[in-house]
Design a protein around this ligand. Structure first.
Ligand SMILES: [Zn+2]
Length: 683
């Protein structure tokens, strides 16, 4: 996923609880009725019992080196690349003025302005000059907060984050949310860890910050000095920030407050100026998600010199906009975020980057054009049928749980029955009529789109919950479960080959998309999701005893993953990845049970390509996770991603499933199955 906006979204996501498949952004319909598994991409010489990832994907891994403009290449990226080609065609047609709809006009103009390289080069940093002038003009700490609010309104997030979202303990209302943020590196740990690799990244970050100041016109000596100021300031914010693991505890990010209470604990900071400038003179109750962080931010506002703040704000603004400015900014930004952090060799061609930015800023307009061309009713019907079967299998599985009491089970059924399912695209498209996009300067379009998004979000206050809203665009190759909405969402983008085949062998579809549905469904009951009730409220519905038994199981799965060591001395963080690992294991188990049930009504070929039904299920699952990843990206994911690396998402669940060993007749030493004492079965 991309840097800035996604960063903001991920901060919010961790706060309000959006758990996803964890794959990259961005179809094409499939009408194949015999395509089953991609058996030619397997390595049938490998032993499925001892190396199932290689057995299922060996030939594919050999034939698909990572493209130079990617840090990872996976089944999801294959679809993403295909989607990008489709979206390019859509955008180019729209840019020629062929589309009459509002969405076509918006996408066409946005794309044309983004592709106008000559204009973008000529503009240089001119688009940012008005904001630089405001930053320069700051005279006191009150104005400092006003300028920070102004930047928040434009989609730039210095010092902390702001958004409107559901109140986690009263999900029928929206409230403002104030959260930790303000960093340029991917996580607080990058500022604080002392190992050689992290130090090296930090050094290169300082070089990059220096380079941005030079590009803004500062003398070399000054640019270097400014970078040091940024680093000191951000390190202080990092120290006050919760870790990614701490952020997984939803209670740790919930502190209902209001302006009076905040002002009482922090008399010196002009918080009312901040809210006024946002257009929220009376913010009412809000979630002060991370009070210790905000207290530190307040102390910093009142103790750090205005000159230093001006340096930090210039940097934050330039860095947030760098990838959409002229080539010197784009290249510097890519050198650090693309090359150093992720290991990507080459910058993506401009058209891909522009499509990515439109997806971020006005993605539903593109989605409207996309689904009209590439998403048919057959896919939706097929997926709905799977969802129903998988929910039924989950219900039966809950019923059979030996460790859970009937009291808790009744509450679990209630939650399961309430889950809302969205497939393909929104019933109501986002209204972009107040967003002005033209063929003029690209940066101006980006700025207006960011402001539109801020206003759209802010306007939710006081209104009923919008159940039609989607947090991913239809072209996104991903899926998610949202805790406070208690809903799971499957965009059109993920419902296509090789991830989903309309009318194909059920064994393959259940192993792949079925397991994804099971994964999202299990998120409602993972270690985070289970803390929310049927209405999405952060409110326990568990008996104390059942909770205890559940947590013992969570500990066991954490321990399993802590042991994996994918690169260097870096292990998977069992606590960071627990929710996703529970969802992977639960999703696969439930999808297999649902497949078995569906066979009663829709029998499938007993053997295809020499594989039984269950074998095809497992191979399809492993193929959905086929991927290669660059070392740098792998290190970054281990530090920041709640998902385990793809290979482990395949092999780790299998070691807990006797169904797998039975399917491939793995016996004795060859069996990957863990001994009963360390095996985990949660859902
Ligand atoms: Zn997930």
């Amino acid at each position: 996923m991309r840097t800035k906006n996604i960063f903001k979204r991920s901060v919010l996501a961790s706060l309000v609880g959006v758990a996803c498949m964890g794959n990259a952004v961005f179809a094409q319909t499939a009408t194949s009725n015999q395509l089953v598994l991609e058996s030619m991409t397997m390595d049938k010489k490998a032993d499925p019992c001892t190396d199932f990832f290689q057995y299922s994907n060996g030939e594919w891994l050999k034939a698909n080196p990572i493209p130079s403009d990617r840090a990872r290449y996976s089944a999801y990226d294959e679809v993403t690349e295909r989607n990008l080609a489709a979206l390019k065609l859509i955008a180019e047609t729209a840019a020629k003025g062929d589309g009459k709809s509002k969405a076509a006009q918006l996408v066409g103009a946005f794309y044309a302005s983004g592709m106008n390289e000559a204009q973008i080069e000529k503009e240089g940093i001119k688009p940012l000059e008005p904001q630089f002038a405001q930053i320069n003009g700051i005279k006191d700490s009150q104005q400092l907060l006003a300028v920070i609010a102004g930047l928040h309104k434009q989609g730039v997030s210095p010092l902390f984050g702001f958004a409107v979202d559901q109140d986690a303990k009263n999900t029928t209302r929206y409230i403002p949310q104030i959260m930790q943020g303000g960093l340029g590196l991917p996580d607080r740990d990058y500022y604080l860890k002392t190992d050689a690799k992290t130090k090296d990244i930090r050094d290169k970050y300082v070089v990059y910050v220096t380079q941005i100041f030079s590009l803004l016109g500062d003398a070399p000596y000054q640019a270097k000095k400014n970078a040091a100021v940024v680093m000191t300031l951000e390190t202080r914010l990092a120290k006050a920030s919760l870790t990614k693991v701490e952020l997984r505890d939803p209670q740790a990010s919930y502190h209902l407050s209001d302006l009076n209470a905040l002002q009482k604990t922090d008399k010196k900071t002009a918080w009312s100026t901040y809210f006024n400038e946002l257009g929220l003179a009376q913010p009412g109750q809000f979630n002060l998600a991370h009070p210790k962080f905000i207290a530190e931010a307040g102390r910093m506002v009142n103790s750090i010199s205005l000159d230093q703040w001006k340096i930090y704000l210039r940097w934050q603004l330039a860095n947030a906009r760098a990838k959409d400015l002229s080539s010197t900014f784009v290249n510097a930004n890519f050198d650090f975020y693309g090359k150093t952090l992720a290991g990507t060799k080459e910058l993506q061609p401009r058209w891909k980057r522009v499509l990515g930015s439109i997806d971020n800023m006005a993605g539903e307009a593109m989605g409207e054009l996309y689904v009209s061309k590439f998403f048919g009713p057959e896919a939706k019907a097929g997926v709905l049928e799977m969802v129903d079967n998988i929910k039924l299998a989950m219900r039966e599985s809950i019923g059979k749980l030996e460790w859970m009491s009937d009291t808790t089970k009744q509450q679990a059924y209630k939650k399961l029955d309430t889950i809302l399912v969205k497939i393909g695209y929104p019933d109501v498209w986002r209204d972009y009529s107040s967003l002005q996009i033209d063929t003029g300067p690209y940066a101006a379009n980006m700025a207006r789109a960011a402001e539109f998004e801020f206003k759209r979000n802010l306007a939710k206050l006081g209104k009923p919950i919008d159940r039609n809203e989607w947090s991913m665009t239809p072209q996104t190759v991903n899926a998610y479960y949202a805790q406070t909405m208690n809903e799971m969402v499957f965009p059109a983008g993920i419902l296509q080959p090789p991830l989903y085949h309309v009318n194909a062998d059920s064994a393959a579809n259940y192993g792949n998309t079925g397991a994804t549905i099971g994964h999202e469904l299990t998120h409602a009951f993972d270690d985070e999701g289970r803390q929310y009730d049927a209405q999405g409220n952060l409110k326990s519905w568990w008996t104390k005893d059942d909770e205890k038994k559940f947590l013992v199981r969570v500990k066991a799965i954490e321990k399993q993953f802590d042991e994996f060591n994918p690169i260097d001395k870096l292990h998977i963080n069992g606590k960071l990845t627990a929710g996703e690992n529970i969802a992977d294991l639960g999703g696969m188990k439930i999808a297999l049970q649902a497949l078995h049930k569906s066979l009663e009504r829709k029998p499938q070929a007993r053997e295809i390509d020499g594989l039984t039904v269950d074998q095809r299920f497992f191979v399809a699952n492993a193929q959905s996770f086929r991927s290669l990843i660059r070392d740098e990206m792998l290190r970054m994911k281990l530090a920041t991603d709640p998902h385990s690396p793809d290979k482990y998402r395949v092999i780790a669940p299998l070691a807990n499933m006797s169904e797998f060993s039975d399917a491939f007749q793995c016996k004795g030493d060859r069996s990957p199955l863990r001994p009963t004492a360390t095996r985990v079965n949660i859902w």
